[in-house]
Design a protein around this ligand. Structure first.
Ligand code: CA
Length: 221
């Protein structure tokens, strides 16, 4: 899971980034609303943890702009206690959940997982690209009606591509999603896995194309 943390309190931001990374959640931390707004436009996160009072642009405005771009990124707001008014405004702006400061890490972690699960549950349970189908519940690929067995890394690479089919994914974007647990992986490793997956799909009605300067995209052959 990749989270964008928008929080201007230095101590809280430092602690949260470290603590969340410690439980396997990748964190991009920005301490300014404008930076959050820019980063969100890359559409590169699974969840947003948003503070309301921030320099540059306040959290509510960041959220309004996100929803105005029709981005459905699940968003949890960090609020002060007893802030009914803030909560109502944030709900109207499209927030999904709230957590009052101070909070326990385990609670934030549980809520993040629940939000991401809920968002994924709303997606189609089957993803298709030509003759390739991914069953989201069974986490299984089939190609031309037959189950396609892949090693975990190849499976993960193909999953990223089918979730974004038709849209190019850069090596770095694939790397972040597939090898997030492994700090030492070089972007070139992605090339190797893409090459192997590409071979498995050859001549079967679906292919991975290389888009120069943009990355890889899955499309019907
Ligand atoms: Ca703040």
């Amino acid at each position: 899971m990749r989270a964008l943390l928008a929080e201007d309190e230095q101590t809280l931001g430092t602690w949260l980034s470290k603590a969340l990374e410690g439980v396997g959640i990748q964190v991009e931390w920005v301490n300014n609303g404008k930076l959050a707004d820019v980063s969100l436009q890359n559409n590169d996160h699974d969840v947003l943890i948003l503070d309301l009072g921030m320099p540059g642009m306040d959290g509510l405005e960041v959220l309004k702009r996100l929803r105005a771009r029709d981005q459905r990124l699940p968003t949890i707001i960090l609020t002060a206690r007893d802030s009914l008014n803030e909560r109502v405004m944030a709900l109207n702006a499209g927030a999904d959940d709230f957590l009052a400061k101070p909070f326990a890490l385990v609670e934030l972690e549980a809520r993040l997982h629940a939000l991401v699960r809920r968002a994924r549950g709303n997606e189609h349970s089957r993803l298709c690209c030509g003759s390739l189908i991914f069953d989201v519940q069974k986490k299984q690929f089939s190609l031309c009606g037959e189950i396609l067995m892949l090693s975990p890394r190849k499976h993960a690479v193909l999953r990223v591509l089918i979730q974004h089919s038709g849209e190019p994914m850069s090596k770095q974007q694939i790397l972040d999603r597939v090898f997030s647990d492994d700090q030492d992986v070089h972007p070139e490793a992605v090339e190797v896995f893409v090459h192997r997956v590409r071979k498995r799909l050859e001549g079967r009605g679906v292919r991975i194309v290389t888009m120069r300067g943009l990355g890889y995209a899955l499309e019907e052959a």
